[in-house]
Design a protein around this ligand. Sequence first.
Ligand code: CP3
Length: 354
Amino acid sequence: MSELKNDRYLRALLRQPVDVTPVWMMRQAGRYLPEYRATRAEAGDFMSLCKNPELACEVTLQPLRRFPLDAAILFSDILTIPDAMGLGLYFETGEGPRFQTLADNKATIENLPIPDPEQELGYVMDAVRTIRRELKGEVPLIGFSGSPWTLATYMVEGGSSKDFAKIKKMAFAEPATLHLLLDKLADSVILYLNAQIKAGAQAVQIFDTWGGALSGPAYREFSLRYMHKIVDGLIRDYDGHKVPVVLFTKGGGQWLEDIAATGCDAVGLDWTVDVKAARARVGDKVALQGNMDPSMLYAPVPRIEEEVERILGEFGHGDGHVFNLGHGIHQHADPEHAGAFINAVHELSRKYHK
Ligand code: CP3
């Protein structure tokens, strides 16, 4: 494997010394960039973009041409797995993801297949291989998946949800059925992420966007337990290099110790978490990733710089911090402000590193 020209992101996840704090942005390839909107229009729709490895590679690289980001993230979606299980994913304009078939009953769940990553999800692996080739060792490539719980919310509810009534009903009235679904998803995610690693992903992140909708005990039973199973099943060393694993539960700030105890390398933080307290709570067990409120990019540049300085100061001296937004960048964010944010992280963090 060719050596990386910039490996700050991987070093920070492994809590090794870096010159400046590395930074990337959740959803860094997306609608806030006019060049993304143009490529998506060329592809036709969002899923056609995901399923075309050359165009998926193009949109992955677009933010890296504009900004000195320290990592690239595979352009795809977490809902590729339920799509590959045969549920028929589609996107309704303005309404987010939808499925033709729901996995909201025992019979359907029992019959769900575990997708072969090099078959039904071969387009994702082709995108990973294409992106790795085109990155030419500039920065590492992040692979990703949704958490079983977060994937299950879309599969049971049929799309985005405000109260998660259907899946919570299943969790509390028919727990064995939900556990069967979550277990199949965990097995699918292990195969999927290991295939991404073999295809060239140099770190992997699990997005648990909806874990925060649960109580503590329900979070441990229905979300964390399956992320733990995935962490245990992942390839952690590949081609002579460590492959760091990052777990991100939005709204999971109360459970940082439990998340860190899964054996992951890093924990993603949303903006509601106090970084200083988080660092004290997890100690040197894991690295931390985060956590500026994405809405801060609407502020004037000096205010963004002030916020970057505040967060860097909260983390303080020492290794093990990857700067990021606490959630995805908004589609109406100004790319110039995103650029100012990234430069501020690099410039203002120098004093915290020897
Ligand atoms: O970060 C990146 O640049 C990589 C690409 C990426 C996308 N989705 C592209 C995308 C990643 C990492 C995801 C993950 C994802 N997808 C999550 C977890 C992270 C999070 O945001 O909490 C979730 C919950 C999804 C499911 C999903 N996909 C939703 C709810 C939507 C609609 C949201 C919206 O803003 O309309 C999508 C579509 C989607 N995935 C878009 C992008 C760029 C927008 C689609 C478009 O171009 O219209």
